[in-house]
Structure formats: C-alpha cells, structure tokens
Design a binder for this molecule. Structure first.
Ligand SMILES: [Zn+2]
Length: 197
C-alpha cells in the first residue's frame, strides 16, 4: 500500500491550533479596536429600538460603552434647535452620566471613575460642525463609563438600568470581553442582566 491517507488524524491537531489562534486573534483584535471601531460599527447597525453595550475588562479597569439611536432616548434625531429639544438633549446627557444607576456590577468591587457622553448630531456646536456633511439623518448618544475594580475576577452579574430610564430602548446587544470571558448577550426589559461565567 502506497496510499497512506489519514485525513482525520492529520486534520484535527491543525484545526485545534487554528481555532485557538483565531480565538486569540479575535480577542486581541476586538479588544484593540473596541473603541476605535465602535462608532463605525454602530452607524452600520443603527436600528431604532436597539442599543449596544460593549464591556471590556483589562486588569482592574472596566470600560463600558453604550450607544443608542437618539430616537430611543429623546424621540428625535435632528439637531435640537428649539428650547424644548435642547432641554431634552441636555437632560438625557445628565441622566446618561449617572453610570452607577445604569450599569450595575455585582461583586467586582467596581467604582465609576469617569464618564464621557457624546450626543452626535443633536447639539449644534463648532466641534461637530464638520460632521454635518456626512450626517445621514440619524443621531446617536454614546456614553463611555470607566470603572476601577478591586476584584474584577469576582464580578458575577452585570445588570443595566437603561430600559427603566428610557422605555424607547427595547433591546441592548451586549458584548463582554475579558481575559477569561467572551460573552454576548441580548438584554431585554424583562431580562436586563447577564451572568459573567
Ligand atoms: Zn435613526
């Protein structure tokens, strides 16, 4: 017999190696580009009623980035011009800053240290003027919450308060990345949390 052909034995080790390498690559790529790519990806997946939450744990730092179409939050997506619209946007920004009420991290010893809110295409100011050219008629809120955690490995549950604050949010596509976890979850008003396991 000259034909020695054992595809399964030959194939399986390489598949194992390949998939774990891919997983590592995916994790590295996702972590590295999590911030850089979010606005781009969100613009592509802008869907009224839906929002996204991306959480990345790196050492004792936890970053949670929430993005929602403005429609879900203030009920419109144009640049606020009259007083009532401007006031709605400003109130939304103030409420979005209350990260302790919006992202509840159980047992990680996490403390909110910094919040950044962007209201893209909603408030007229010099900073955003250059974006108007490519504005597609949709607007979003982006909120970035930075936490410092004393026991990040003990983090057990992540719950969100976004649904209660804004009933216009119907679902939140969530991704949680850490050295040990890659979790994706679809949060709903009746299931606003997931376990880190
Ligand atoms: Zn929209």
């Amino acid at each position: 017999m000259t034909r020695i052909f054992t595809p399964q034995k030959a194939a399986s080790p390489s598949i194992v190696v390949r998939s774990s390498a891919l997983a590592l690559l995916a994790l590295a790529a996702t972590s590295a580009t999590l911030l850089a790519d979010t606005s781009k990806r969100h613009a592509e997946s802008h869907e009224h009623g839906a929002a996204t939450l991306e959480i990345a744990v790196d050492g004792n730092k936890l970053l949670a980035e929430f993005t929602s179409p403005a429609m879900n939050i203030v009920g419109f997506e144009h640049i606020a011009e009259d007083e009532s619209d401007i006031s709605s946007v400003k109130t939304a920004i103030e409420n979005l800053k209350e990260g302790e009420k919006l992202i509840l991290l159980e047992q990680g010893g996490c403390t909110l240290t910094n919040v950044t809110i962007e209201a893209e295409g909603l408030l007229q100011d010099a900073h955003e003027a250059h974006e108007e050219d490519e504005h597609d008629g949709h607007s979003e809120f982006e909120a970035a919450y930075k936490f410092t955690c004393t026991t990040p490995d003990a983090l057990k549950t992540v719950a969100v308060g976004f649904f209660k604050a804004w009933p216009g949010i119907e679902e939140i596509e969530t991704v949680f990345l850490s050295e040990k976890h890659q979790i994706s979850a679809e949060l709903m008003p009746n299931a606003p949390q997931f376990e880190v396991e």
